[in-house]
Structure formats: C-alpha cells, structure tokens
Design a binder for this molecule. Structure first.
Ligand code: ATP
Length: 306
C-alpha cells in the first residue's frame, strides 16, 4: 500500500505554443486534504484531468494510487467531480443516485448512505431540476462517494455557490477529509484553501511554485512595526536582519523575525532616534504568501500594481 496516492514528476502539458502545465512535481499523501491553488488559467484543471486519464501529458511521469492514470485499477478507487455531473432533471436525487449506483455496481442502499453524508436525505425525493446549485453540487459529490473511493478529485467544488452553499461545502469537505480518505481539490480561493486543506500546492503559469502545509507556507508570525520615519526604520531593520526579511505594507514595517527579536528591534530603533508607535505580532495569511509568490514570479506586474 503506497502512502503517496498521487505522484508526478516533470509533468508537462503543452497545447500548441501554450505551456499549460510545466514540469510539475506533485505529491499527495494518504489521508490528507490537498489544495491545488492558483488563479484562472494556471493549469489546475489540466493537471487534474491528467490524473484522471482524461488528458494525455506531453511529458513527465504520473502515478495515481500506484497505477497509470485512467486505468480501470485507478479509476475504480477514485471519486471525481471535475465538471458538473450529468443528472436526469426529471428524476429525484435519490433515483439519479440509484441509477449511478447500478452503473457502478454498488447496492441501492449506498445511495441513501451517501445522501446522508452530503445532507440531502430530506430532499432526496425531490426532482433534480428543483435543486439549488449548492444541492446539485452536493449530489455530484454524493455520486463521487458511491464507490467509497480512497481518493476524491474535485475541481473547484465551491465554484458558483452562494456564501451559504460555499460554507456548507467547506464543512462537508473537511468532514470527508477526516480519517483515511484523501481529497485533492483545486480552488482559486485562498481563504477557502486555508480553511479546508492540510497541504497546499500553489500553481502559477503552469508551474508549482510552492508546496507545503498551510502553516509551513505561512511561515509563522510577522512582527509589524509602526515607526517614523519609516525609511530610516526600514534601513535599520534591513541592516539588522537582511533586506529579504523586511517589507513595507500599508506604511508598516513587516519583519520576518523570531519572537525574541522584538525587544531588540524596539531598542535599536529608539536608540537611533526613530519613534516606535506600535509593535505587534500578526499571523500571515495564505493570501499574503500567495501575493509574495506572485510578485516574485511576475516582478513587472508587481511594479505596475505598486
Ligand atoms: N483543450 C485545450 N486546448 C488548448 N488550450 C487549453 C486547453 N485546456 C486548457 N488550455 C489552456 O491551458 C491553460 C491552463 O488551463 P486550465 O484550465 O488547466 O487552468 P485552471 O487553472 O484550471 O484555470 P480555471 O480556474 O480558469 O479553470 C490555459 O491557458 C488554457 O487556456
């Protein structure tokens, strides 16, 4: 039994001149909720489709559950939601699922079990056409769960949902990720990934630019310093810690330093005649990390936006 349910190395997909996926080395471990995070067009869907055997890579190696992507051995252990699942509008949610269940050769009773999991049991007898978008999406997830898959692959599972639908789906995904099941989902929503996922891969222009746990990527707290004159404070802090650990954000210094450094920062600034108004520890959000990476990847864009 392998502990790496998804492993790619040098995974590349080219559409003509367009490099949709560029040398991606991805590892998804058993039991985790892995978030594949990136802006529109970054290459998330293409990568997920490769893992399902729906798209053939141009180069690189891929193993899914230790098997070739798209092979019956892999597909029988994967539940997927990569496009809106096709359901019969005039049939109830339950009957739609029973039809799927027969197709997957699982007993009808499984349909009711998964309807409970996605909290649709009380509306299971209603026609699919009468469902809200959130309910339709949850029914799609129920269908993906019918085979009791080891691995769930979900492309933007909250896309198009209203805030309540998104919140319900987030809770559901977190529940599904408990225990031994592994969930790989894509999203362009940073907050969402931060709330749901154990580990995150950030993809940009087809390249995997960061990978780690949410905490690893956030890299601990940051010391924010409100001081005047700001330029002098910045120069001093850069001298103390190196310019790469000092940033200015909305007229505040942001220092990536250790907890013990706060006292020293205060003392050095005050001794140099800088007025220190506040010193605070703040948690970095995944969003901040993401924009740092974006700026590092696209320095010209960052300058334009500044
Ligand atoms: N079948 C295709 N033919 C040509 N180009 C494609 C095809 N599918 C995807 N692309 C291109 O590959 C790049 C990556 O697309 P992909 O859909 O994988 O990104 P994404 O991160 O999933 O974005 P989104 O969040 O918008 O779905 C884009 O530039 C897209 O235009």
């Amino acid at each position: 039994m392998t502990d790496h349910l998804v492993e790619t190395s040098g995974l590349t997909k080219r559409y003509g001149k367009n490099l949709a996926v560029d040398q991606v080395d991805l590892t998804v471990r058993r039991g985790e909720v892995y978030g594949f995070l990136g802006p529109n067009g970054a290459g998330k869907t293409t990568t997920l489709r490769i893992l399902l055997g729906l798209v053939k890579p141009t180069a690189g190696r891929v193993k899914v559950l230790g098997e070739q992507p798209g092979s019956p051995a892999a597909l029988s252990r994967i539940g997927m939601l990569v496009e809106a699942a096709a359901f019969y509008p005039y049939m109830s949610g339950r009957d739609n699922l029973r039809t799927f269940a027969r197709y997957c050769r699982v007993p009808d009773s499984k349909a009711d079990e998964v309807l409970h999991i996605v909290s649709l049991a009380d509306r299971a007898g209603d026609k699919f056409a009468s469902y809200s978008l959130g309910m339709k999406q949850r029914l799609g997830l129920a269908a993906a769960l019918l085979k009791d898959p080891e691995l769930l692959i979900l492309d933007e599972p909250t896309n198009g949902l209203d805030p309540q639908g998104m919140a319900d789906m987030r809770v559901l995904l977190r529940q599904l990720g408990r225990g031994s099941r592994t969930v790989l989902l894509s999203s362009h929503m940073l907050g969402e990934v931060q709330q749901i996922c154990d580990r995150v891969g950030m993809i940009m222009n087809g390249r995997l630019v960061r990978e780690g746990t949410v905490d690893e990527l956030r890299g601990g707290s940051v010391l924010t310093v409100h001081a005047e004159p700001l330029d002098q404070a910045r120069a001093l802090a850069s001298k103390m810690f190196g310019a790469d650990r000092v940033a200015v954000h909305e007229s505040e210094l942001r220092l990536s330093v250790e907890p013990d450094d706060a006292v020293r920062v205060n003392r050095e600034l005050v001794l140099a005649g800088v007025a220190v108004r506040t010193l605070n520890w703040v948690e970095r959000s995944l969003e901040e990390v993401f924009f740092e990476v974006t700026d590092a990847e696209n320095p010209e864009l960052a300058k334009e936006g500044a």
